[in-house]
Design a protein around this ligand. Sequence first.
Ligand code: HEC
Length: 181
Amino acid sequence: MKKLLALFCGLTLLGCQAGKNQTNIELIQDMMDQINVKTQDWDPDSEDYSTVLTPPDGTVSRNRPPYKYDLDPKAAEKNLKNPLAEDYGVETLKLGKMKYEIYCMVCHGEQGAGNGTVAEKMTVKPPTLLSQKVRKHNDGRIYHIITNGQGVMGQYASQIHDEKSRWAIVNYVRTLQKQAN
Ligand code: HEC
């Protein structure tokens, strides 16, 4: 019995390690020879041997239509209509507050006064969102800043995917402005 156990342990160890610079000994072949390729691996069947495939021209990813007003704040301001303009209900504001506190508060502060925790470490300070300037921006303009960024502020489209959340943030910023009066 002891001998059998020793043999078993030996084989197991052998199976796992063939030495630092050698391929492992394969006891079960199929587990290692798979047809799938890993990201950024070499794919002999692909045209440029890359596994990173570019979507064909004109492809639009599902549920993510391209943003129409890319880098065009004036057009956004003119054409975007807030679908939640009349909706300052509990659910919308709860969503807006949650997203604001995840994505905006670190810079613009809990009440929107521009005094978030990382603000003091930044050379270009995040401005207050309670200013006359931001109050005068229409909803579309604020939506555009979230989607596209502005100046040194990066865009948040890739983090805040769904449009509803972005509009809910706009409504929450409006609520902070009203509260600050
Ligand atoms: C990393 C810090 C940072 C985060 C996070 C951030 N911002 Fe900003 N934001 C800035 C800075 C800095 C500016 C000024 C950019 C400029 O004009 O150069 C700015 C500008 C703005 C402006 C325009 C203000 C003005 O006076 O022109 C609005 C509106 C705004 N941010 C809203 C948001 C919202 C909403 C979020 C969350 C989705 C957010 N920001 C997240 C740093 C940040």
